[in-house]
Design a protein around this ligand. Structure first.
Ligand SMILES: *Cc1c(COP(=O)(O)O)cnc(C)c1O
Ligand SMILES: [Zn+2]
Length: 437
């Protein structure tokens, strides 16, 4: 028998469980579960050279921006079970001059997770989550979702031959995301209630029916999401930035990033930690309020924000995200919908583009620079979580001034002109809008 490299471990009571046990929470204390590794045994198997070599590999899994780091994602998974679309491999942009002017910060890079196969970072968690479902012999997978999780799960479930069942809150999911779940052939259930209600029902289904749950409480998803940071570091030639700034909804990424840095540090692959800043929307900021209160009490709220992907009132990964903040000397900020949409307009107009929730990270950078929390000489990586086309309505509504209570400060209007050459020529002569800030 080969030695055990991977197990599930409760973050609260530290009890350990078999890696293929179908558990989502600790059966003893109800705590969240981590996938943990025998890092001493893995130390000889991980190296920068090995990760670099795989970039030129010819196996699809070697080329994947998740499975390239297989030793730190699922060291014991069979290669034949890996369900991959070559996810990851997303751009790390140097901030264009527009965003330097907008944020007031030069040393800013953008890691664009909207460039994944289904248009969000959720693919990194789904490739690992659906692979785990296969390892466990599941026939069907289920999730509750603000949209991107269902789009991604629908795709990876079909690719691997599993049934996918998605439950989303009625009327609260962006068009592009529903369209994907329908198109990829998932069983789509629109639930008369908010996300937290949908999630509760799905938890019940997972405990009473024979179906594997892939909500962000699922610890295997976070293992895939860790690779956002691994890939970012590989792109930076393993130079750790001073800050990583990420939007926070269910706090899966926030948790996964912290875990990634803790493991890399323990393995000796990095010599210091970045500070992780989690950015919430004002109308969905329970984690921010807990942080302000020194995490004395867990908070929840009725969530409302235009950034539907982070419209979450009671974040699942609360305990793990606290670990991230504490271990990295991080912090939490919250930004208004106005700040989110203005930042989005600037990211979009820089030619990069993202969905509203993603822009929270750049709005957060701007706020932290203004508050002098981020210093001029510090290197910042902000994560853009989803693709511009996920939420086309938000784009059109912003630029046409249709968003209630919001001022489109950087509007780019569509001009109606007659079918006339001179009318066209007059617009060609004008400078583009919006102007550089
Ligand atoms: C899911 C999602 C988030 C929220 O991420 P968490 O890990 O739940 O905090 C943010 N942005 C986009 C685009 C998402 O799809
Ligand atoms: Zn426990």
């Amino acid at each position: 028998m080969s030695p055990v490299l991977t197990w599930l471990q409760c973050v609260r009571c530290s009890e350990r469980f078999f890696r293929n046990a179908r558990l989502y929470l600790c059966p003893h204390c109800g705590g969240l579960l981590d996938v943990q590794y025998d890092l001493d045994a893995l130390r000889d198997r991980v190296s920068f050279e090995r990760f670099d070599e795989r970039l030129g590999g010819f196996q699809p899994w070697e080329r994947s921006g998740v499975w390239r780091y297989k030793e730190l994602v699922a060291p014991e998974a069979d290669i034949a079970d890996l369900v991959t679309r070559g996810e990851g491999n997303t751009m790390l942009y140097d901030s264009p001059s527009w965003l330097v002017a907008f944020t007031g910060h030069k040393l800013l890079q953008l890691k664009h997770e909207g460039e994944n196969p289904t248009g969000s970072f959720k693919d990194r968690g789904m490739t690992s989550g659906v692979t785990q479902a296969k390892q466990m012999g599941a026939h069907a997978v289920i999730c509750a979702s603000t949209g991107n999780t269902s789009a991604s799960m629908a795709s990876y479930a079909r690719l691997s031959g599993l049934q996918g069942v998605v439950a989303f809150p009625a009327g609260k999911v962006a068009l592009g995301k529903i369209a994907q779940a329908v198109a990829y052939g998932a069983t789509c259930l629109e639930i008369d209630g908010d996300f937290d209600v949908a999630q509760h029902l799905v938890l019940q289904a997972a405990s009473q029916l024979s179906i594997y749950m892939l909500n962000s409480v699922n610890p295997y998803r976070l293992e895939g999401q860790k690779t956002i940071m691994l890939e970012m570091l590989q792109q930076r030639r393993w130079k750790v930035p001073d800050w990583v700034v990420v939007p926070g909804g269910n706090l899966g990424n926030s948790s996964a990033f912290g875990k990634a840095f803790i493991e890399l540090y323990a393995l000796g692959l990095i010599k210091r930690m970045p500070r992780i800043a989690v950015v919430q929307a004002e109308g969905a900021s329970p984690f921010y309020h807990s942080w302000k209160d020194n995490f004395r009490a867990r908070q929840s709220m009725k969530a409302e924000t235009i950034a539907t992907a982070i419209r979450i009132g009671n974040p699942t990964n609360y305990d793990k995200a606290i670990r991230t903040i504490e271990r990295t000397g991080g912090l939490v900020v919250c930004v208004s919908d106005q700040a989110i949409m203005d930042a989005k307009a600037m990211i979009d107009a820089a030619g990069i583009g993202c969905e509203p929730a993603s822009a929270a990270s750049v709005a957060g950078v701007r706020q932290l620079v203004e508050a002098r929390e981020i210093k001029t000489h510090e290197e910042v990586v902000a994560v853009l979580t989803g693709h511009l086309l996920k939420d086309p309505n938000a784009v059109i509504d912003y630029h046409s001034g249709m968003l209630a209570g919001l001022v489109p400060q950087y509007a780019n209007q569509i001009h109606q002109i007659p079918a006339d050459f001179d009318a066209l020529a007059a617009w060609v002569a004008k400078p583009t809008t919006p102007a550089e800030p």
